[in-house]
Ligand binder design. Structure first.
Ligand SMILES: [Zn+2]
Length: 245
């Protein structure tokens, strides 16, 4: 393998690894949102269920209070009838007292019933509102989950392709260079950089004259300052110069 083919392949390998990292990051992010969306849907369902149960409890409470109010009403009517049929003043006083007590209880029961009705109404509104809001929210979340699942699938496919490309590429690079590349890759995100204007384009350390000579002969050398692999590409240097103006 000539020097030029070597640095070109190392450069492609670095791009490939960079893309793999980027796709893996995107995949993790999509999976995270996917999980969060699922949790939100579950929370919404639990919240609706809680409000529904509350509504049912309030309904039961109203039924109970109505029953008690009805019982007291009957009791009161019975006392009135009894009062109309008393035989003595003494008995009248006693029944009258009982009637007053039942009437008081009935008044209190009416208040309790009104309160129960109010609580039922509040619980019903809260349940209906939650249910109404959750329909749209759940639909949005479900749509997002499907989009994220599709995105993850696409990313996985791209990763399979990139790994295959990498596998082929790796076979073209001498093992000693791969070892050096892997070591460098763990330290910096851009292990192979061009020489631009006679300097390392990453740390801007000036390349020695004799090194530049070797690089121009398609050699690869480590930067004496940052240890990144350096190569020289006339075209790339021209492009950078053009971009600068
Ligand atoms: Zn450098």
């Amino acid at each position: 393998m000539t020097g030029k083919a070597l640095w070109q392949n190392l450069k492609i390998l670095a791009e490939c690894d960079h893309n793999i990292l980027s796709l893996e990051k995107q995949k993790r992010e999509a999976q995270k949102i996917f999980t969060t969306d699922q949790e939100l849907i579950q929370k919404l369902a639990i919240s609706i269920e809680e409000k529904k149960n509350r509504f049912r409890q309030e309904q039961k409470n109203v039924d109970l209070q109505e029953l008690q109010a009805h019982d007291l009403k009957i009791k009161e009517e019975a006392k009135r009838t009894q009062l109309a049929n008393v035989g003595s003043q003494k008995e009248y006083q006693a029944v009258r007292k009982e009637l007053d007590r039942v009437s008081r209880d009935r008044d209190e029961q009416e208040d309790a019933l009104l309160k129960a009705w109010h609580q039922l109404e509040t619980a019903q509104k809260s349940y209906e509102l939650e249910e109404k809001n959750s329909v749209g929210r759940t639909a949005d979340l479900t749509e997002d989950i499907q989009a994220k699942a599709a995105a993850v699938q696409t990313l996985e496919q791209q990763l399979v392709e990139l790994h295959a490309k990498r596998e082929t590429l790796v076979q073209t690079i001498p093992p000693e260079w791969l070892v050096r590349y892997d070591r460098m890759k763990h330290n910096v995100p851009d292990p192979i950089v061009p020489v631009i204007r006679s300097s390392c384009s990453s740390c801007f350390y000036a390349v020695l004259h004799q090194d530049l000579y070797k690089l121009k002969k398609s050699d690869i050398l480590p930067c004496r300052s940052c240890y990144r692999f350096l190569y020289y590409d006339q075209e790339e240097e021209k492009d950078v110069a053009k971009a600068a103006y």
